[in-house]
Ligand binder design. Structure first.
Ligand code: GDP
Ligand code: MG
Length: 452
C-alpha cells in the first residue's frame, strides 16, 4: 500500500520565491522564507542553505528563470556536503519541476508536496493516512511525465517492467488503480471510525485537542506537560495513537490530550480535505487547546486563520483555551496584553521552559466542569468492583458502606455511562454539554447499568 509514505529527510536547500503580488498583500519575502523554513523543519529536512528570489512574476518553464536555476545549481555544487533535495516555496507545474530537476540534477519538492509530506507524518488515524495518501497520488499523477527522478519518488513498488513509454503506462494504470482502492478503503474506515468514537464516549474520557500553527509549540507543550505522567499500564490508552497523552487534572478527572497536525498559511485548495482528515480529533474533542506562538510576527494572522478553519469544521462553538506560547522570547509586555485582551481564557506560557502551566490547567479544569456532574450512586455488593472504577474516573466526595452495598456521592464525567447506578441527581446534572456529534447522553434507559 503506502508507497508514498517514505518521508523527506536528508539535507536540503530552500528556495523562497517572493512575488510582487505577495508583497502587496503584506506577505514579505521574509514571511515566505520563515514559512518555508518551518515547513521544512516540520518535515525533518536538514536545512543547509537558503535562497530568496524576489520576482515580479513566475516563468512557465523554470519558475524563477533559467539563469537563476543555474545559479542554484552552482550553489549546490559549492556546498561542502552532499545535498539531497531542493525545496521550493511555490508550487511547480510538471514542466517546471522536470526542467528544474534537469538543471539541478537533484530531487525537487514544491510547496504542496512539502505540506503533504508533513501531513503524512502527522496523520495518525487510518482515515487521515488514507486521505493524505490519496491527495499525494492525485497530486503526483499528472506529474508522471516520464522523468526517472519523479517516478522514483513513488518508491520502487510500481512499474518494474522496464523504461520508456511502456513503464509509464504501467505506472499510470497502477496509480489509477491505487486511487480507486484507497477511495474504497476510505469508505470502510469511516464506518469503523464511528464505532471507535462510541467506544471512547463509553469510556468517558474528556479529550482535549491541541491545535495551532506549525511550530507553535504543540508537541513541546504536550511533552513537557505530560512527559512524566504517561501511564504505561492503562490499556485503554495503549490502543490510541502515540500522540495522545493522558493527564489527571487537579480534580482527579482524567483527560486525554491529542496532538494534531499544524495549520499552514494559505493552504492549497486541493489539500483542504486531507488537512481536515488529519483534524478529526478536533471534531471529536470536548475542548480545544489552541497553542499560539505570540513571538511570531504573524501571530495575529495565524490566529485569524485558525478561527477560519474552526468555522469551516463547524467547531467554533467548542470550549477553547489559548496558550500564548513562547513568552520567554517576548520582550514586550504589550504583546502579551494584546492577546490577553483579544481572547477569553488565554494564559501566557512557555512550553519549553515549563512556565505558566498551572494557570492554564486551572482554566481547562474550569471549562471541563460543565462536562462533570455530581451524583449519588449506589453500588450493590454484587457489583462491588465498580466502586474502584468510580475512584478512577471521578472524585469521590462522600462514601457510606451499608449492608446492601456502597453509597457514594461523586463528581463524574458527564457521559451516560453511570446512569444505571445513579440514585439521586445532584448539582450540575442535566447540563451535560452537548457534543458536536450529538452523541453524548444519548444512551437511553435500555442501556441501564451497562458499566462492567
Ligand atoms: P509544533 O509544530 O506546534 O508541534 O511545534 P514544536 O513543539 O515542534 O515546536 C517548534 C519549535 O518551537 C521547537 O524548536 C521548539 O523547541 C520551539 N518552542 C516550543 N515552545 C517554545 C517556547 O515556549 N519557547 C521557546 N523559546 N521555544 C519554543
Ligand atoms: Mg508537533
Amino acid at each position: 500500500m503506502h508507497e508514498v509514505e517514505e518521508h523527506l529527510k536528508g539535507k536540503g536547500i530552500l528556495v523562497t520565491v517572493s512575488l510582487r503580488q505577495d508583497r502587496y498583500r503584506g506577505w514579505d519575502a521574509d514571511d515566505s522564507a520563515r514559512e518555508l523554513r518551518e515547513l521544512a523543519l516540520s518535515s525533518g529536512v536538514n536545512i543547509v542553505d537558503e535562497i530568496i528570489c524576489k520576482r515580479n512574476e513566475l516563468t512557465p518553464n523554470y519558475l524563477i528563470g533559467k539563469g537563476k536555476a543555474q545559479e542554484i545549481r552552482e550553489l549546490i555544487q559549492d556546498q561542502h556536503e552532499e545535498i539531497d533535495v531542493v525545496l521550493f516555496s511555490k508550487n511547480l507545474s510538471s514542466t517546471q519541476q522536470s526542467n528544474l530537476e534537469d538543471i539541478l540534477d537533484i530531487k525537487t519538492i514544491d510547496r504542496t508536496q512539502l505540506i503533504l509530506d508533513v501531513f503524512a507524518q502527522r496523520a495518525h488515524s487510518n482515515e487521515g493516512k488514507l486521505q493524505v495518501e490519496l491527495a499525494q497520488l492525485e497530486y503526483l499523477f499528472p506529474r508522471l511525465i516520464g522523468k526517472g527522478i519523479m517516478l522514483s519518488r513513488l518508491g520502487g513498488g510500481i512499474g518494474t517492467r522496464g523504461p520508456g513509454e511502456q513503464k509509464l503506462e504501467v505506472d499510470r494504470r497502477g496509480i489509477r488503480g491505487k486511487i480507486t482502492k484507497i477511495k474504497d478503503e476510505l469508505e470502510k474506515v469511516r464506518f469503523r471510525r464511528g464505532q471507535l468514537r462510541k467506544k471512547r464516549i463509553e469510556h468517558s474520557v474528556a479529550t482535549i485537542a491541541v491545535i495551532g500553527y506549525t511550530n507553535a509549540g504543540k508537541s513541546t507543550l504536550l511533552n513537557s506537560l505530560t512527559g512524566a505522567k504517561v501511564s504505561v499500564d492503562n490499556k485503554l490508552f495503549t490502543t490510541l495513537d502515540p500522540t495522545s497523552r493522558q493527564y489527571t487534572l487537579p480534580n482527579n478527572q482524567k483527560v486525554l490530550f491529542v496532538d494534531t497536525v499544524g495549520f499552514i498559511h494559505n493552504l492549497p485548495h486541493n489539500l483542504i480535505e486531507a488537512f481536515k482528515a488529519t483534524l478529526e480529533e478536533v471534531q471529536e474533542a470536548d475542548l480545544l487547546l489552541h497553542v499560539l506562538d505570540i513571538n511570531n510576527p504573524k501571530a495575529n494572522e495565524q490566529l485569524d486563520a485558525v478561527y477560519e478553519v474552526l468555522k469551516e469544521l463547524g467547531t467554533l462553538e467548542k470550549p477553547m483555551v489559548t496558550a500564548l506560547n513562547k513568552v520567554d522570547l517576548v520582550n514586550s509586555p504589550q504583546v502579551i496584553e494584546h492577546f490577553r485582551n483579544k481572547l477569553t481564557a488565554a494564559v501566557a506560557i512557555s512550553a519549553l521552559k515549563g512556565t505558566g502551566f498551572d494557570g492554564f490547567i486551572n482554566i481547562i479544569a474550569d471549562k471541563l466542569k460543565a462536562l462533570v456532574r455530581t451524583v449519588d450512586i449506589f453500588i450493590p455488593h454484587s457489583k462491588i468492583f465498580l466502586v474502584s472504577r468510580i475512584y478512577e474516573e471521578g472524585k469521590v466526595i462522600e462514601r457510606k458502606d451499608t449492608d446492601q452495598g456502597v453509597q457514594i456521592k461523586a463528581m463524574i464525567p458527564a457521559t451516560g455511562r453511570w446512569d444505571g447506578w445513579i440514585v439521586k441527581r445532584g448539582k450540575g446534572d442535566g447540563k451535560t454539554k452537548k457534543r458536536g456529534n450529538g452523541e453524548t447522553g444519548k444512551r437511553g434507559k435500555g442501556e441501564k447499568g451497562k458499566v462492567s
